[in-house]
Write a protein that binds this ligand. Structure first.
Ligand code: 9MR
Length: 607
């Protein structure tokens, strides 16, 4: 803080390090420590082709464990020749341990059952910090630096109209909607139904999984610092409801006819618009007319905000999450549950009527979240609606879907959501025949096995070995970890829980950058995310990120910002990252990345 105050005087546009970062260590490991049980690994970069000796010493310097490294060799993901240290057998709780490998010494670390007792709360706090349409109060936000006035309150908008990037003239709509509330998506202030959907599902699924597995929720009322604490409802649900209420407002009013491109998958000049009954669909997003500049507190946003045309994918995101809402709030708040159920059923019917309306309105100022395969969204929504209602229509839609025959699912991501439906069906009681549930569980275990198969291929021993690292790669690791956790629930085989640990260890420091991708966690944490308000790197009047925000992480496949462009072609996949506010393709934060962090951190904190 003090450093940036000194450096930034009169130099607001020169990026200055927000705070000093400690020097890298040659021993790469989870910088927040280890749980007593489960896999414990470190990685060192060393050219030796022979194993190295390692010792684990306690705070007094006494050797507690020792062994030799496994020589992994050249690793294409880190671009280095690496050795792995496996000290899983050591499980003695304590602090101040160090690993000495060859000549290299680690930072002190702890082994403790409390390793993950803060992260679930800090990761969830991300969502409060990014609420739209409400003041963010110091007493909930963790300090006055994160407080800010209400922004986009109220938020009333009409549909985007006029020429898109290809000269198509969008007709707009003749109504405005009150779409106040929800979460900002990421470093920008757009509110997107598609990406909000997987995020909302993930938080609600955490609640449902903890109930299904008989685990006490860490988010019982008053556990989180949010205004709703004390209302008698689980705080995780309170946070999720903030987004759900916004989703309900994004639904197209009854009796609405709109001119939309039907069946067209790519924006092209001269697109044909066809009038359709759009009632019950969901608008794809609410976003600015132009990209706003950085830094910018949400309440200072000068821009015009617009509703974007409804899309089939957004409509099905609404159907799926509103179906979840309907069953979760059934007893907690029957009226809200009823609103959710009605919205979900209307949305599903609207999506069936308008099954090929893709997000094509190509205007600047916001993310596209375009997706021209909505078969997985249909499957997901049918699964959630079937679980909630037991209606045969939804079961038929489910069974007719190609996704019901997937043998080895992939990890979910915002455009690929079939696995979300499978996870819900495998987890929750339903009218599905027991044999079908068992089969779905086996497919998730098969996915988990495939992920574990990747661990052996990667120098840093993580269950993730894509040809290239995508935008938001940290969330791919976490979405895999969720499947691994369910595989552990279903089989009780510890190897799956170890896969979860390998994943989180990578995010918290066992990586070739020796960085933790989570703010406030680890010796070398994320400090300068791409975020308009957590923008201290650009202006000391703005705060740093609060603890618990996850960077999108290394990305060597779509390096589009000015920092990434410079690095392109010069970095191994896991090295294509920079802790810089301008590096939006490497270092943004987003709701769909923090949600699985909440899920996985809560899972690891279970006793
Ligand atoms: O997460 C999205 C990623 O999969 C896409 O490749 C990328 C480019 O379209 O957009 C990412 O989402 C961003 C969104 O478009 C706008 N808000 C910030 C999101 C995270 O970077």
């Amino acid at each position: 803080m003090r450093i940036s105050h000194m450096l930034a005087a009169g130099a607001a546009l020169i990026a200055t390090p927000a705070a000093a970062q400690v020097a890298p260590s040659p021993v790469h490991m989870n910088q927040t420590g280890f749980l007593p049980t489960g896999v414990k690994r470190a990685v060192v970069q060393n050219g030796s082709t022979k194993p190295l000796q390692w010792r684990l010493v306690d705070a007094a310097g006494r050797t507690q464990a020792s062994g030799t490294t496994s020589v992994f060799g050249n690793d294409r993901w880190s671009g280095s020749h690496v050795h792995q240290v496996d000290f899983s057998a050591f499980g003695k709780t304590g602090r101040g341990y160090r690993l000495i490998v060859g000549g290299a010494r680690s930072r002190p670390f702890s082994v403790s059952p409390a390793t993950y007792n803060r992260l679930p709360y800090d990761a969830l706090a991300y969502f409060y910090h990014n609420r739209a349409g409400t003041p963010i109060l110091a007493r909930f936000a963790g300090g006055p630096q994160w407080a800010r006035p209400a922004a986009h309150l109220p938020e009333r908008a009409s549909c985007v109209r006029g020429k898109d990037s290809k000269g198509n003239v969008w007709p707009g709509c003749d109504y405005t909607l009150d779409v106040t509330g929800g979460w900002y998506d990421a470093g920008d202030h757009g509110k997107y139904v598609v990406n909000g959907g997987i995020s909302l599902w993930t938080l609600l699924n955490l609640y449902e999984r903890q109930r299904a597995s008989g685990t006490a929720s860490p988010f019982q009322d008053r556990k989180a610092a949010i205004p709703e604490a004390g209302n008698g409802v689980n705080d995780l649900l309170d946070e999720a409801r903030w987004e759900m209420e916004f989703f309900l407002k994004m639904q197209v009013p009854e009796g609405t006819r709109l001119k939309l491109p039907v069946g067209i998958k790519r924006t092209e000049p001269g697109m044909k618009f066809t009038e359709v009954n759009a009632s019950g669909m969901a608008h794809h997003k609410l976003a600015s007319e132009k990209w706003t500049s950085l830094p910018m507190a949400p309440h200072a946003d000068p821009g015009k905000r617009q509703l974007f045309p409804p899309s089939t994918s957004a409509t099905l995101n609404l159907a799926a999450t509103a179906a979840q809402c309907a069953r979760i709030w059934r007893e907690i708040d029957p009226a809200f549950s009823g609103r959710c159920l009605a919205a979900a059923e209307r949305a599903f019917a609207a999506a069936k009527r308008n099954a090929e309306i893709y997000a094509l309105a190509d205007f600047t100022g916001s993310g596209a979240y375009g997706d021209n395969d909505v078969s997985d969204e249909f499957y997901w929504a049918a699964a959630e609606l079937f679980l909630t209602t037991g209606q045969p229509d939804y079961e038929q839609a489910l069974k007719a879907s190609q996704h019901s025959r997937t043998q080895v699912p992939t990890e979910a991501s915002w455009p690929r959501v079939a696995t979300l439906g499978t996870m819900s069906l495998a987890l929750l009681p339903s009218k599905l025949p027991a044999a079908d549930v068992q089969r779905l569980r086996r497919t998730l275990v098969a996915a988990a096995d495939a992920f574990l198969g990747d661990t052996g291929k990667v120098g840093y021993a993580i269950p993730y070995a894509p040809a290239g690292y995508p935008w938001g790669s940290t969330s791919s690791v976490l979405n895999r970890a969720m499947v691994l956790a369910l595989a552990h629930d279903f089989t009780r085989n510890p190897r799956y829980r170890n896969g979860v640990i390998d994943g989180i260890d990578y995010l918290l420091g066992r990586n070739p950058l020796d960085r933790s991708f989570v703010s406030g966690y680890g010796a070398r944490p994320l400090q300068n995310p791409h975020h308009r308000f957590w923008a201290r790197q650009l202006d000391p009047k703005f705060p740093p990120p609060p603890p618990g925000a996850l960077s999108g992480g290394p990305n060597n496949t779509s390096m589009t910002d000015e920092i990434a462009t410079e690095m392109k072609g010069k970095c191994a996949p896991q090295m294509c990252w920079a802790d810089h506010i301008r590096a939006f393709s490497l270092n943004e934060v987003a709701v769909n990345w923090n949600a699985p962090l909440v899920w996985v951190a809560s899972y690891l904190d279970e006793k």
